[in-house]
Design a protein around this ligand. Structure first.
Ligand code: ADP
Length: 527
């Protein structure tokens, strides 16, 4: 593959928005004739969340409804999802390729706190033998992936196919939109089996998680043997659900323009960069957005005091309350660095560990909320013991505490090795906690480094460093400490950050453009 074949940066930018009303079957946005869309994901906020995927799956339907799409979601019947589904009624059932029967329930999702708009309608696969297990949706209590994950998520794909092919007599989608490897098989099942053709859009939230299964499980999937080849879902002799999505989907999106370019390179392609380069004409990067009903310091019900960019008194109170809650020394002048994250290799937390001395010697404090990798949990635990009152750790997943952290924090650390989009740096910006990030993926797209020029023209929003090295990270921490000691400059950067617009309206229009481009008639009518 030559450099030019890698595609111009434009090939991966957000898709062009079509002229209003360009699709003859659909009419104008706001004109009352919407695209019927089925969104397929394994998680959805507020019912079930292990990471950013759930936030996006939870916010996108409402945003698309505003953009005049008729959206329903399909979810696996994990216990938290079944428990939260309201007004559930059975709409049909179908048999999986290995003979198991699944009932499909239809209902509505509970309203997201603070969000406006009509409730989102959902289909849920009621299959207790597949989904009714305690704990994490993907792993057992020893953090081992369930041995039948290929079946659990093939069932999700077949559920989408059955809904696309009129399982519900009252509603069927014109486009199916699958998220991440859990929904990777949807496009393959739709393309390779007889029945109504419905276009499929596939979104990569994180290429590192691919849904790889052994070849001897292929027989369970219900796909023709021809699918198991290099021009299909075979990946080095195994099955890849991620590759199935990338190969068979009509359009592919990922969650930031920079990540759309990065995944076409061997460094960040996880072995799929070649395929992504061949599909670059169908690939676009649409930056994730933030649900302002949930993440807004002016109205957030989960933080002790409200505040805005113009009235920051409440933020100081939030910081004092956070220091007390976390067992940190009460000090309004100590810059408070925070991490809210899965504790994994991806998130660059070895850098955070290596830079603790720099923070503490600079008069700062560090608070970490997260869970995951046992070694990282232990290492942060040791650091907290070594620096009582200066470093604090809370192991676990705590949505409410996360809100209080962003509200009380001065600096949000996201020094990731790679980062498809990242949400916490955006929450940090909106809550007046300057992000300190590595220039990668969506972090590069959302944070503007404070240097002399960007401080001068008031475009700076945080601290950005380039290479994944302890030296570069430490230098970035020292720059953050130095900026904090210049209150006027600090206030200006914080102000600019808090005024960033991460609303869903723009992203929803870009997704709508992708759906229109995937619809078969659309390309004919626009060429
Ligand atoms: P990823 O999806 O890779 O985990 P993102 O930054 O895209 O990273 O999204 C992470 C989401 O999960 C954010 O909403 C963040 O606030 C939340 N989160 C991560 N870890 C925790 C935790 N331990 N407690 C509460 N929320 C968390």
């Amino acid at each position: 593959m030559t450099e030019t074949q890698r595609g111009s940066p434009h090939a991966s930018a957000s898709p062009a928005l079509p002229p209003e009303g360009a699709h003859p079957a659909l009419g104008r946005p706001g004109g009352g004739v919407g695209i019927r869309l089925l969104q397929v994901s394994a998680e959805i906020f507020p019912l079930l969340k292990t990471g950013g995927l759930a936030d996006i799956a939870g916010a996108l339907p409402a945003a698309l409804a505003e953009a005049d799409c008729d959206v329903r979601v399909l979810l696996p019947g994990f216990p938290a999802i079944c428990a939260g589904l309201q007004d559930a009624v059975p709409v049909g059932q179908f048999t999986l390729p290995w003979g198991e029967s699944v009932q499909v329930l239809a209902g509505v999702l509970p309203a997201v706190p603070g969000a406006s708009g009509a409730p989102v309608r959902a289909y849920v696969l009621h299959a207790p033998a597949l989904y009714d297990r305690p704990g994490n949706p993907y792993e057992d209590s020893a953090r081992r992936p369930y041995g039948d994950n290929h079946r659990r998520f093939a069932a999700l794909a077949w559920g989408a196919v059955r809904l696309a092919r009129d399982l519900d007599a009252d509603w069927s989608p014109q486009v199916v939109h699958g998220h991440d490897w859990h929904a990777g098989l949807v496009a393959a099942c739709l393309k390779l089996t007889a029945g109504k053709r419905v276009p499929c859009v596939f979104t990569v939230h994180n290429l590192a998680y691919q849904g790889i299964f052994s070849a001897d499980q292929f027989g369970d999937l219900g796909l023709p043997p021809a699918a198991f080849q290099i021009d299909g879902l075979e990946f080095h002799g195994q099955i890849s659900f991620m590759k199935a999505g990338l190969f068979y989907a009509d359009k592919i999106t990922t969650v930031s323009p920079t990540y759309a370019r990065e995944i076409q390179t061997p460094e960040q392609g996880f072995g799929l960069d070649g395929l992504l380069r061949t599909r670059r004409g169908d690939l676009s990067g649409i930056l994730n957005a933030v649900d302002s009903g949930v993440w807004n310091p002016a109205s957030d019900a989960l933080i002790p005091r409200h505040y805005t960019a113009g009235h920051l008194g409440g933020k100081a109170r939030c910081k004092a309350a956070l220091q007390e809650e976390a067992g940190l020394v009460a000090s309004k002048d100590a810059p408070l660095f925070t991490v809210v994250s899965r504790l994994t290799e991806q998130k660059g937390l070895t850098l955070v560990l290596a830079g603790i001395d720099t923070i503490v010697q600079g008069g700062g404090q560090l608070l970490v909320l997260g869970s995951g990798d046992h070694e990282l949990e232990t290492a942060f635990g040791h650091a907290a013991q070594l620096h009582p009152g200066r470093v604090a750790l809370r192991i676990g997943y705590d949505e409410q505490f996360a809100h209080r952290i962003f509200a009380g924090s001065d600096i949000t650390l996201v020094p990731s090795r790679f980062e498809p989009c990242g949400l916490t740096q955006m929450y940090g910006l909106l809550y007046g906690s300057l992000p300190l990030v590595r220039a990668v993926g969506g972090l590069a797209d959302t944070v503007t480094d404070a240097d002399l020029a960007t401080l001068d023209d008031a475009t700076a929003t945080g601290i950005v460093f380039a290479s994944f090295s302890e030296a570069d990270y430490r230098h970035a921490v020292r720059r953050a400490l130095a900026l904090y000691r210049q209150p006027r400059a600090w206030a200006r950067v914080r102000q600019t950050g808090m005024q960033q617009d991460f609303s869903w309206a723009q992203a929803a229009q870009h997704y709508r453009a992708v759906y229109l481009a995937a619809l078969p008639d659309f390309s004919r009518t626009t060429t």
